[in-house]
Design a protein around this ligand. Structure first.
Ligand code: PMV
Length: 329
């Protein structure tokens, strides 16, 4: 067996500026692959990490944040790696029992994109453990099986996952964007009420605004690419806000309604409006949970932290910049 005895991979969450919300259904080998109905544009964040350690063990075990999980998802990836190994090396990869130990240094499954970094780290670790050495594009395509947004977390910086495509790509960007900062505010720590997978299906099936969301998102993603190229953070900020509000509007109009916004989230949104009116360059976004992420520049971070700290004391807060892609430690 061509395995490395133990490996550890690290990856960082992918925060969508322009959202993936809705799937084009594809069914291959009985596995439902995630193919997005909308083009998403994202940044990979530093300062939040998922680590996956893999080692040989007497029996198969999968732990997430210290809690034992069902091994099925790992088995699914092992089958895929077996096929890829055979195709590449023209011989069989024999699969022995392993222990997979996944840990996040931030709240798991509460709308902070832990699945994006988690699955990216998992496929990176499996790839190194079995010595397959896939290219990033292939890793991106594999990570997507676990969670669509994980296809983007394979890469650092700005990323794009185009509608209908099986993998994400990096977007080249100017050093202008090194000033970009993201402030994560988590007013609620519990696990999200509605998994994004189910929420997307329910929205697509029942929301009268789903089709409009998909069409609108097409325009937003084109404009966002232009804003990144033109080094225009003001324009990008506006597009970021348009994307998440339209995404959430489509979900709220689903039946039964899917509402991720909670009272504290709305208080924060109102306060961000106030800050912007006072001339602070800050724009917000939200994902499948009640947490609010602020996009700003380094120059405003201290001021924003001060204001938020005074208005919402003791809230879980993390400041991030642009992070790197998944790698082996
Ligand atoms: O990748 P998933 O299945 O966790 O869905 C991610 C959905 C959003 O975070 C709301 C948007 C995105 O593009 O990351």
């Amino acid at each position: 067996m061509e395995t490395n005895n133990t490996v550890c991979a690290v990856a960082h969450p992918s925060l969508a500026l322009i959202k993936y919300w809705g799937k084009i259904n594809t069914l291959l080998s009985n596995v439902s692959y995630n193919i997005s109905a909308t083009t998403s544009i994202a940044v990979t964040l530093d300062n939040l990490s998922s680590r996956v350690r893999i080692a040989e063990a007497p029996e198969n075990q999968f732990y997430l944040d210290g809690e034992l999980q069902n091994f099925n998802i790992i088995q699914l990836f092992q089958h895929v790696f077996q096929k890829l190994y055979k195709r590449k090396f023209k011989r069989d990869l024999s699969i022995q029992p392993i222990i997979v130990d996944a840990k996040n240094d931030f709240p798991t499954a509460s709308g902070l994109a832990s699945s994006s970094s988690g699955y990216a780290a998992l496929v990176k670790a499996l790839d190194a453990f079995y010595g397959v050495h896939l290219r990033d594009k292939e890793l991106s395509s594999l990570a997507r099986i676990g969670s669509g947004s994980a296809s983007r977390s394979i890469y650092g910086g700005f990323t794009i996952w185009e509608r209908g495509k099986g993998y994400a790509k990096e977007i080249p960007y100017d050093t202008y964007w090194d000033q970009l900062s993201v402030i994560i505010l988590a007013p609620y720590m519990e696990k999200k009420s509605f998994p994004s997978r189910d929420a997307m299906i329910q929205t697509a099936h029942t929301s009268p605004y789903y089709i409009s969301w998909v069409q609108y998102s097409k325009k937003l993603s084109r404009s966002a690419l232009r804003a990144i190229e033109n080094k225009d953070i003001e324009e990008l900020g506006i597009l970021i806000r348009k994307s998440y509000t339209a995404m959430h509007a489509s979900s709220i109009a689903a039946y039964p309604s899917i509402r991720y916004w909670k009272p504290k989230s709305i208080e924060i949104l109102d306060y961000i409006d106030e800050m912007r009116m006072q001339g602070i360059a800050v724009w917000e976004t939200m994902d499948a949970g009640p947490q609010v992420k602020l996009i700003t520049t380094e120059a405003y971070v201290d001021k924003i932290l001060h204001c938020i700290g005074a208005r919402f004391p003791n809230m879980w807060t993390r400041v991030c910049g642009l992070g790197q892609g998944a790698k082996i430690e």
